[in-house]
Design a protein around this ligand. Structure first.
Ligand code: ATP
Ligand code: MG
Length: 313
């Protein structure tokens, strides 16, 4: 669906991204991670045709972003880092304006705008001037314009920045409701966000890709171990002794009625642990595979010494 080939962008003598290549399949939700200045926004600006690369190419559905710019833009909803809103317009008028720009047919314009307003919970402020809205609401307006016309592809640069916790949850629900029919690339610094939303993670550092895998594969390839958090209703010691029989279990810690299990990462092993707990009769209340070490993996992969490209800021 999206194919990025050898993308390089120099700003003067500063190399922002260096021969990036990756593919995103139809229906995939890809999380774009990387420290400040890694090149995430630069890559997104090029994919959406907002900025030309120094070299390399991007194809969307087989079309070159720079040779077929109008056709490609029709397929993409883009939320840039700074929401592209006109302060002196009212929310609803701005969204109608965006639908006209996107070529939404006049007949369906009102319903397209209403649906974007509903998805981003903007009903209460739709008549207000954008410049008077709080930061989070401006962000929601930016998101609403990206959703107008129900584009096949969504490129969202830090979509949850400035949103309150309720809206972050709404955003998560929105992304999962779009999953399957839409192809989504989103960048964020909130790692649990990626864990909740993304099929695959691309980590970029100093303009180069340092990882492009599913979260589970990343955890396995980086550490080879996984952690499972289990809550039982009773007989925690019995559950522990049963789990300790499973091959690959390295360490079990009891904390009240909770077991924290560290083990070699394998789906057979995880299944065996679940079976043992159920068979122990301890009353399984919760079973969670902790992927919190994404933070550790991120720090490890992005704290490698700076490359010859120089510093980042
Ligand atoms: N218009 C510009 N002119 C010069 N340098 C730029 C410009 N835009 C970005 N850069 C540089 O390119 C590099 C990549 O920036 P980019 O904005 O893509 O990073 P990012 O990964 O989106 O970071 P953040 O997490 O802070 O949003 C940085 O070193 C940045 O200083
Ligand atoms: Mg950015």
């Amino acid at each position: 669906m999206i194919e990025v080939k050898n993308l390089t962008k120099n700003y003067g003598d500063r190399k922002a991204i260096d021969t990036l290549s990756f593919k995103v399949s139809k229906g995939e939700v890809v999380g774009f991670l990387g420290p400040n200045g890694a090149g995430k926004s630069t890559t997104m600006k090029i994919i959406t045709g907002y900025m030309a690369p120094t070299s390399g190419s991007v194809e969307v559905d087989g079309l070159d972003v720079f040779e077929d710019p109008v056709e490609v833009k029709r397929k993409i909803g883009y939320l840039p880092e700074i929401p592209p809103v006109y302060g002196d317009m009212r929310v609803i008028d701005f969204l109608k304006f965006c639908s006209r720009l996107k070529g939404v047919p006049g007949k369906t314009m009102n319903s397209a705008v209403a649906s974007a307003i509903e998805k981003t919970s903007l009903q209460d402020v739709q008549k207000r001037m954008i410049q008077n809205l709080s930061k989070g609401y401006k962000q929601r307006v930016g998101l609403a314009q990206a959703l107008i016309g129900d584009p096949e592809i969504l490129i969202l640069d830090e979509p949850t920045v400035g949103l309150d916790p309720t809206q972050v949850v709404e955003m998560r629900k929105l992304i999962s409701s779009l999953r399957g029919n839409h192809t989504i690339i989103l960048s964020t610094h909130i790692l649990p966000e990626v864990q909740a939303n993304c099929d695959r993670i691309i980590i970029i550092n100093n303009g180069s890709i340092v990882a492009s895998e599913t979260l589970a594969d990343l955890a396995q390839s980086q550490s080879g171990t996984c952690r499972i958090g289990v809550q039982v209703a009773r007989d925690v010691e019995k559950a522990k002794s049963k789990v300790s029989l499973v091959e690959g279990v390295k360490h079990i810690l009891i904390n009240g009625m909770r077991l924290d299990i560290e083990m070699s990462h394998s789906s057979e092993g995880i299944e065996a642990v679940a079976t043992q707990i159920v068979e122990s009769g301890s009353g399984l209340l919760e079973f969670r595979i902790e992927s919190s070490n994404l933070e550790e993996i991120f720090i490890k992969l992005t704290s490698e010494k700076e490359t010859s490209m120089g510093g980042v800021q």
